[in-house]
Design a protein around this ligand. Structure first.
Ligand code: NDP
Length: 668
């Protein structure tokens, strides 16, 4: 560590050329042999020093980001960390520049620099995405990164006379504020009280990610449409709530039957819009939606409060009453299923729901609207509005809407919760994950391998609960990995409409690039890619966004592929030896959506599961989600639960009633 500090001093004072092993040794007061013993050569020493600088900057960045509570504050945190007084001074600045000068020539430096840049850009992009459409967010993120580099270079060229940390930060801050102001009309609009629209009504172009072909163009709904939908819903909801539960249940039953009857047609549409193989959508997506409707149809008549005995002269009871108008906002990975998981309990409890599907996958929610209508659901009780985040925000901020349930990324969850606070709406947040799957040495290997495949490659890996961190006991790792690789390499990638296809397309080109970027980082950071991980472009697949399922071995807990949600077909194998150790490592994440354990030791299975910080767990299986079991996350993976009886609590209010049966005695 001391040698690294001395190296940074030396770079600042005598530059790259003057920083030799002999110079470091002289400054540190040790023999050149000792420096060579620890680091080998100058390049390795400089790479170690560069890594130290980048790591401490990344740690400071994480600390600042954790304290920032809005997307704009998080963007500022990136700027402030990079240009903090302790970075933006002659010593650190000159060292950074010395490294940059060598990045193109020294592979070790290049890797550190690329990893740091990618992380910074991805932080910036995801926060700007909360404020701007994707293309603008990407371009502003790149501008901010370029300006940070620019102010460093100018400061260095002026020998740190022209600018200091405060003025550099002020420059960047003014630039970002000005850009955000210029892009003002694109920002999320605050709906003016009493309606009216500041949102331009534009079109959503819906594509087939397997071919790039346009499937549909839909108008985007703005404040006027959301307002009208909320008013319609409020009117319809009163009569709906006044119906008996059994009657509401009958309509849900009919809708479930229609979904089953139309399974093939709906599965085909879902496949066209999501790129998922028809073998999945025909057996999972529509049918799990129908099951959910059937389940809540059955519960509807039994939604009840409780009776409480309060002694001879009184009793109490509670009523479970609907909330009123509620909103559902869906992600793009299970469009129809998500719409069913949200609307079925909401309607069973007597609410009206306005649902916004993800902008990329708006089609099957419209079909569900049709199905409900055909099943006899009165108009206004399930309405679909279309649009991007702006339309979602209009729902979240609408005063008539009492609750919002969103399935999406952590950033979206935070934005929704912050928006919902203004009108104190209830929220259910189904967010992202980076879940662990632990395979103990006594597990049946073939089952565990099957579990790992189910945990990673359904829907081309675009599943929130995926167990992407596969911890395998050292004693069985080799055997497990060999079998996993074999079965993964044999998966059939192809046209999603072909019933034999097992791996379809990713949702969009942008998402595919993100997934491929993670794979490149995995390799750069030293993980070993055993199979897959490349874009598939054979024949007609070249038009779509296909990535071969990837297995990384020799991963460590700090790699980006192990820490961040990829939401693509990328599995990381991690080795462990001790139960205590693996529990700690499995829990060392901000997420807490799901977890799985494979073992034949029953006691251990329950002991370990009890200690895993996750909302949804499996023992000796993975990713099965029967509607009877509540589903949801803890920590940054979300709040509230979907499915099971638990969802009833999230779509009803509890009213307490005290009933006196004697005279009233007042002290006045
Ligand atoms: P996003 O968070 O990008 O979007 C989710 C939905 O929220 C979309 O409809 C989106 O609109 C909308 N939205 C975005 N910003 C706002 C806002 N500020 N206010 C209101 N609505 C907003 O997620 P993705 O669609 O990209 O889905 C992937 C993510 O979803 C992953 O992180 C995944 O883990 C998570 N997920 C979680 C599940 C769970 O049950 N826990 C299940 C499935 C996915 P737009 O259409 O414009 O994007």
């Amino acid at each position: 560590m001391q040698l690294v500090e001395v190296t940074i001093d030396s770079l600042a004072e005598v530059g790259y050329v003057g920083t030799t092993l002999a110079e470091i040794a002289r400054r540190a007061g040790v023999s050149p042999g000792l420096v060579a013993h620890y680091f080998g050569d100058k390049d390795a020493l400089l790479a170690a020093a560069f890594r130290t600088l980048a790591r401490s900057l990344a740690a400071r960045m994480r600390a600042r980001l954790a304290l920032a509570h809005t997307p704009r504050a998080r963007v500022q945190a990136v700027i402030d960390t990079n240009l903090a007084p302790e970075e933006f001074d002659r010593r650190s600045g000159t060292a950074w520049l010395a490294f940059w000068g060598q990045v193109l020539h020294v592979e070790g430096l290049k890797r550190v620099q690329t990893a740091y840049q990618r992380r910074m850009l991805s932080n910036l992009r995801s926060d700007l995405r909360q404020m701007l459409p994707a293309a603008e967010a990407r371009s502003l993120a790149a501008m901010i990164a370029a300006m940070i580099d620019g102010v460093y270079l100018r400061a260095a060229l002026s020998e740190w006379r022209e600018s200091d940390s405060a003025s550099a930060r002020a420059l960047l801050t003014a630039f970002v504020d000005a850009r955000l102001k210029d892009l003002g009309p694109l920002l999320l609009p605050v709906p003016p009280a009493g309606g009216g629209s500041r949102v331009q009504r534009t079109q959503l172009r819906v594509i087939n990610p397997a071919t790039g072909a346009t499937l549909a163009e839909l108008p985007v709904d703005g404040a006027a449409q959301v307002d009208a939908a909320a008013t319609r819903a409020q009117k319809a909801q009163r009569a709906w709530a006044a119906l008996g539960g059994a009657e509401r249940g009958r309509i849900l039953q009919r809708a479930a039957r229609l979904l089953r009857e139309r399974n093939d047609e709906l599965a085909r549409l879902e496949t066209l819009n999501t790129g998922k193989p028809i073998s999945e959508t025909r057996t999972v997506d529509v049918l799990s939606g129908a099951e959910c409707l059937e389940y809540y149809a059955g519960l509807a008549a039994g939604i009840a409060g409780e009776h409480l005995n309060l002694g001879p002269a009184a009793f109490g009871y509670t009523r479970r009453e609907p909330l009123g108008v509620v909103a559902g906002i869906g992600a793009w990975n299970y469009p129809l299923q998500i719409a069913c998981w949200k609307s079925a309990p909401a309607l069973a409890c007597g609410n009206a729901m306005i649902f916004k599907p993800a902008e990329l996958t708006p089609l099957t929610a419209l079909k569900l609207e049709e199905v409900y209508r055909e099943a006899g659901l009165p108009e206004g009780l399930f309405q679909v509005v279309q649009g991007e985040a702006q339309t979602g925000a209009l729902l979240t901020r609408h005063p008539l809407i009492r609750k919002v349930s969103v399935t999406g990324s952590v950033g979206t969850g935070k934005a929704v919760m912050a928006d919902a606070a203004a009108s104190l709406k209830q929220v259910t947040l189904e967010l992202g994950g980076k879940s662990p799957l632990i395979v103990f040495e006594d597990a049946k290997i073939e089952n565990a391998v099957a579990g790992a495949l189910l945990a990673n490659f359904y829907s081309a890996g675009e599943v929130c609960s995926n167990g992407t961190r596969v911890f395998v006991h050292r004693s069985i790792r080799a055997e497990f990995v060999a079998r996993l690789r074999e079965r993964t390499a044999a998966m059939r990638i192809g046209d999603p409409l072909d019933p034999a296809t097992q791996v379809g397309a990713l949702i969009s080109e942008e998402h595919m690039e993100k997934v491929l970027g993670f794979i490149a980082r995995g390799r750069a950071q030293g993980a070993r890619l055993l199979t897959g991980g490349t874009r598939v472009t054979s024949g007609a697949l070249a038009q779509g966004f296909f990535v071969a399922p990837a297995i990384f071995d020799h991963c460590d807990d700090d790699m980006d592929i192990v820490r961040q949600e990829i939401f693509g077909p990328v599995l990381s194998v991690l080795e462990f030896t001790q139960e205590e150790e693996v529990i700690a490592r499995a829990n060392a994440t901000e997420f807490g959506l799901a977890a799985g354990v494979f073992t034949n030791d029953l006691t251990r299975a329950h002991r370990v599961i009890a200690r895993l910080e996750a909302g949804t767990c499996w023992i000796n299986h993975y990713n099965v989600t029967p509607v009877e079991l509540p589903f949801g996350g803890v920590k940054m993976s979300g709040l509230g639960r979907e499915n099971g009886r638990a969802a009833i609590e999230h779509y009803t209010l509890l009213k307490s009633v005290y009933v006196a049966m004697g005279d009233v005695d007042a002290p006045y």
